[in-house]
Structure formats: C-alpha cells, structure tokens
Design a protein around this ligand. Structure first.
Ligand code: NAP
Ligand code: ZN
Length: 348
C-alpha cells in the first residue's frame, strides 16, 4: 500500500479538505500513475453534494486524470514506466458482457466501475478519484496521451472530451449536419471544437452572449442567447442534433422545437431533477430525446488521437489544490473559462 495526499469531501455541505488515502499495491495487470494534473468536472460537484444520491464519506473525486506511469504489474503489456497516460471516468468493467465486448464498457451490464464512488473489485474498497497524488488502475482502463498534446491541458479530454465526442460520432455529426451545443461550459466548449473539427455547422445556445467571442474562436458558426425571446422562433426546426450539456433543468419543449424532422436531442448534462417532455414535442416531427454516457475505452483513445490530429484542447485555468472549493463555486456560477485543472504537485 502507498499512502498519498488527497482532497476529500467529508459531507454534502462542507468544503473539501486535505487528507491522505491508501492506494493498493500494483497487481499483475495494474499500473501505478503519479498524477500530474486533474480536471474538475461538474459531476464531481453533483457527486460530493449528494445530488445524484447518497455517497459514503470521506470521498475523493476527480475523473479527468493525467500523469506518468511509475510502476507496472508483472503482466502489463500496454504501458511502461515513464509513459504519459490518462484515466477517465471508469477504472474497470466486467469485460465479458455484450457491451464490454463491443467496446462500450461504460454501458457494462454489471455496471462499470467508476473512478470514484464504486466498489473496486480489486480490493473491495470504494474507489477514490483523481484529486490525489497517485492512482492504481487496471492497464486496460489507462489511455495513451499523444505526444503533441500539451500535458497541462489534456486531463479534461478524459471526461469532457469523450462525453461530447461519443454522441457526436454516434449521431453522425459531420459535413452537412446542423449541430447545436447547449451550455458553453466544460463539456460545451469541447463539443463546439469537436463538432467543428468533424465538419458540422455548429451553433452555441448559451444563457447570454458573454462568451460569444470565445465560442466563435473555438469553431462555432453561430451563437445565440437563450435569454433572448426571439432565439427560439428564429431557430425553430433547424438542428439535426442538439447536445445538451446543461447541469440544470431546462424547458425541454422549447429546445425540442429546434429539432428538424428526425432530429435528436442528446442530454449529456445530468441534473438531478426530471426533465419533463410533452410527447407532442416529439411526435409530429419524429424527433428523439436521448441520453449518452462518456464513451468506451477504445473510443476514448480514438478521441485523444482525434484531438491530437486536429490540435484540439480545452481552455483551462491551472489552480492549486487549496483553490478547489473556490473553483467549485465558480463552476456553479458559470464563471469558468472553461475547465479548472488542479496542479497535482500542490497536493504535496
Ligand atoms: P459546467 O462547466 O458547469 O457547464 C454547464 C453549463 O451549463 C454552464 O457553463 C452554463 O452554460 C449552463 N448552465 C448552467 N446552469 C444553467 C441553468 N440554470 N440554465 C441554463 N444553463 C445553465 O459543467 P460541465 O462540467 O460541462 O458538466 C455539464 C453537465 O454534464 C453536468 O450535469 C455534468 O454532471 C454532466 N456530465 C455528464 C457526463 C455524461 O457522461 N453524460 C459526463 C460529464 C459530465 P452557459 O453559461 O453557456 O449558459
Ligand atoms: Zn466528468
């Protein structure tokens, strides 16, 4: 076992505090990763505050992790000491169900083992995430970070990147398709860049125009404020695909009305409250309302390689561990440009 420094939540309402956690010994198929950077995802906040249901405390979150391999198990073949690697939202899955076999480990029939809050089959403990100095992960769930991606900015690709890449691919964003991205936050600003690189015509729907310049610079063709009443009339029946990244409840009818015949609205945003849908928002135009969870491991590697090829990275603000609680408040007030990344050296 290795004792490492970490930041943990101790209750749904108190700030995260510095603590130590134990990392298991490296098993035959494991790699030890000394964490260099960890991103802050809005899911971390939903989780520690109990918004997705009760959790066990203390809990370390963080599922956008990059670092260096410092030790490998005896049977490890995919990674070696010194490699630059990443870990996202999953650290294991059953490996034998239909979904795992086809590379959709995130939809594992047994439930995937999440990077935090899951029971780890390796040792029966509750998994602890990336706000820490090191992590031990099965080699199959460790990604290679392409050389030309600036390491300090890569971590958010492991969640925000793949969560938007996967539905954009699944619903065939590309030349000739009209894609809308709702919410210009961590996920949203990745969706804009990736959809643009795939060749789609991209429209951002944000609450205000305050981030318009950034949206257009990152590849959006159009940018609208949802607080402007004329927006929904102007964009009616426009989009083939809407990626909704919003972490709060929205009026679904208003957004579904923006879909063309056969269009799909995909929720990746995961508010705890229900999002009621009037079926007549769907029936007359054969529209779909869908959801999507992160992406599989093979697809996550494909996304990293795609971002390397197209020069896509998140816009990040590097912070020290002691700033995590303030960063949370800024995420909650949409005051993030566009992802906080913790410098793991500051866990020391
Ligand atoms: P984020 O950085 O906070 O971005 C969310 C954006 O939603 C904000 O920037 C804001 O955009 C908009 N928004 C926030 N509150 C709103 C409100 N009350 N009304 C309208 N718009 C609002 O969060 P994130 O890290 O991108 O995560 C977004 C959501 O995705 C979270 O719920 C997270 O848990 C979820 N998520 C899901 C998956 C998955 O696998 N499905 C993976 C990762 C994250 P504007 O300022 O532009 O309006
Ligand atoms: Zn996330």
């Amino acid at each position: 076992m290795r004792t490492v420094n970490a930041y943990a939540a101790t209750s749904p309402t108190e700030p995260l505090v510095k603590t130590t956690i134990e990392r298991r010994d490296v098993g035959p198929n494991d790699v030890m990763i000394d964490i260099a950077y960890a991103g802050i995802c809005h899911s971390d906040i939903h989780t520690v505050r109990g918004e997705w249901g009760p959790i066990q405390y203390p809990q370390v979150v963080g599922h956008e992790i990059v670092g260096y391999v410092t030790e490998v198990g005896s049977e490890v073949t995919k990674h070696k000491v010194g490699d630059r690697v990443g870990v996202g939202c999953m650290v294991n899955s059953c490996g034998t169900c239909t979904y795992c076999l086809r590379g959709d480990e995130q939809y594992c029939a047994q439930g995937n083992i999440q990077t935090y809050t899951s029971v780890d089959p390796a040792d029966g403990t509750v998994t602890q995430g990336g706000y820490s100095q090191a992590v031990v992960v099965n080699e199959d769930f460790v990604l290679r970070v392409p050389e030309n991606l600036e390491f300090e900015k890569v971590a958010p690709l492991l969640c925000a990147g793949i969560t938007t890449y996967s539905p954009l691919r699944h619903w065939n964003a590309g030349p000739g398709t009209q894609v809308a991205v709702v919410g210009m936050g961590g996920l949203g600003h990745m969706a804009v860049q990736i959809a643009h690189a795939m060749g789609a015509e991209v429209t951002v729907l944000s609450q205000t125009l305050s981030k318009q310049e950034d949206g257009l610079r990152l590849g959006a063709d159009h940018y609208y404020a949802t607080s402007d009443e004329t927006t929904f009339a102007e964009l009616a029946d426009r989009f083939d695909l809407i990626i909704n990244t919003v972490s709060a409840r929205l009026d679904m009818g208003a957004y579904l009305s923006l879909l063309t015949v056969d269009g799909t609205m995909v929720n990746v945003g995961a508010p705890s409250e229900p999002l009621p849908v009037q079926v007549f928002s769907l029936i007359p135009s054969r529209r779909s309302f869908a959801g999507s969870a992160i992406g599989g491991i093979r697809e996550t590697q494909e996304m990293l390689d795609f971002c390397a090829e197209h020069g896509i990275l998140p816009e990040t603000e590097l912070i020290s561990a002691s700033y995590i609680n303030e960063a949370y408040e800024r995420v909650l007030s949409s005051d993030v440009r566009y992802r906080f990344v913790i410098d793991a050296a500051t866990f020391a």
